[in-house]
Ligand binder design. Structure first.
Ligand SMILES: C[S@@+](CC[C@H](N)C(=O)[O-])C[C@H]1O[C@@H](n2cnc3c(N)ncnc32)[C@H](O)[C@@H]1O
Length: 389
């Protein structure tokens, strides 16, 4: 037998809670001759059971009904569903912390967060100490903070040797150029990579070409070529970021971006870059698009992860019009454009297959190539030739 203060201590409740429980009939004390409350071991056990029920999220009234065998089963079913949801949520929170602490792979988390909250994800990466360039690479390439450095080293090992870093060809570049009604005098190319298109534009126009990329080795290599070919008076490679262009407003007649607008998001690029265009200026961009309204499941799942913002041509056109552009023309990149990108990439991966045998880069690029092999046609690359209204 326990006096109230002993009982309260034994069951881990305050004295006032014990009194309250008694008042609402959850427990029933007996009285000594001198009218003191006393409790017994059965009351202790009742409180143990009550605590378990409370921990499962039932309120006191429901606990009481349960203890008395009068609970409505529907109440318990409802609570069970709720509990399962809470457990799932807690599991997500647990995974998040283990991911951030580097105790599990981050790939899935980065991909999901990129899809759900792209701006916040990017800002968060910057706050972790990544530069803008690294954060963009992380977002598009490694997708794993802990593996980032190794991933980027392996990635550059593959791509540094390749001329093209995206699909394209001289014919398609010239076809896009021909849709601009007159020969431009000033062109800004954004994300020029090694400068294949820059050199084509230099050869086929008299324009002053400013070309930017944030990859220092690519810009240095292009500078060397422009010097060798006596083009430096007309073609100026600059190492800069597309998100922070170092130019005056309305400076260029044409903005040219092959396979690069996706990096900051096509819609954002359309808005941010148009400030640098002269009135009625032109924007030419190429972007990965859905050519089929209902693509195969595997293909859809792949691009959902790799390029969540991929759109149908019609949807992109709509976005371009909404951003203040008239669409002069658009066309799918030719098979040659794809071959120019895919064949050298396959060849390079074959060369590096022993060196990169344990690398995630090899696995990722092989998955990408298998999607090209199996589903190209359901998606494609589209050139859009736009004029500012
Ligand atoms: C898919 S590649 C396309 C390159 C080239 N236009 C081509 O078609 O071969 C994307 C290019 O964008 C560049 N890039 C990535 N982030 C950038 C940024 N923030 N500012 C400028 N260029 C960037 C990359 O270095 C790369 O050269």
């Amino acid at each position: 037998m326990y006096r109230i203060s002993e009982f309260a201590e034994k069951v881990g409740l305050s004295r006032s809670t014990v009194l309250y429980y008694e008042k609402i009939g959850l427990i029933q004390s007996q009285r000594t001759i001198s009218n003191y409350r006393i409790f017994n071991d059965k009351d202790v056990q009742r409180i143990i059971l009550l605590n378990q029920l409370k921990n499962s999220g039932l309120n006191l009234k429901e606990c009481q009904a349960c203890l008395n065998g009068k609970i409505d089963k529907a109440v318990l079913e409802k609570r069970l569903i709720q509990l399962e949801k809470e457990i799932q949520q807690k599991q997500i929170s647990r995974d998040l912390l283990t991911t951030i602490l580097g105790k599990s792979s981050q790939k899935k988390w980065h991909q999901q967060t990129q899809k759900l909250a792209p701006e916040a994800h990017f800002e968060w990466l910057m706050k972790q100490g990544f530069t803008e360039r690294e954060a963009l690479h992380l977002k598009w390439l490694s997708k794993d903070m802990n593996e980032h450095e190794r991933y980027m080293n392996d990635f550059m090992l593959v791509f540094q040797n390749l001329e093209r870093w995206g699909p394209g060809s001289q014919n398609d570049t010239l076809k896009a150029l021909s849709k601009i009604p007159h020969s431009p005098e000033t062109v800004l190319e954004i994300g020029c990579g090694k400068g294949i298109s820059s050199l084509i534009l230099a050869e086929h126009t008299d324009a002053i070409l400013t070309v930017i990329d944030n990859d220092p080795p690519a810009i240095a290599a292009l500078k060397q070529i422009t010097d060798q070919q006596n083009l430096s008076a007309r073609l100026q490679p600059i190492c800069a970021s597309m998100t922070d262009l170092p130019f005056e407003g309305q400076q260029f007649e044409v903005i040219w971006a092959e396979a690069s607008a996706y990096i900051m998001g096509v819609e954002k690029a359309l808005t941010v870059w148009q400030k640098f265009l002269q009135p009625q200026g032109f924007m030419v961009i190429s972007d990965l698009v859905w050519l089929n309204e209902s693509p195969s499941k595997e293909c859809q799942a792949f691009w959902q992860n790799e390029y969540p913002d991929m759109q149908t041509v019609a949807k992109r056109c709509q976005q371009m019009q909404q951003a203040g552009f008239e669409i002069l023309h658009h066309f799918d990149l030719s098979q040659t454009s794809w071959d120019n990108y895919i064949h050298p990439l396959k060849h390079r991966l074959n060369e590096l297959k022993t060196e990169l045998q344990d690398s995630v880069v090899l696995k990722d690029l092989n998955s990408e190539l298998s999607i090209y092999d199996n589903y190209l046609g359901e998606f494609g690359y589209e050139f859009f030739i736009l004029q500012k209204r």
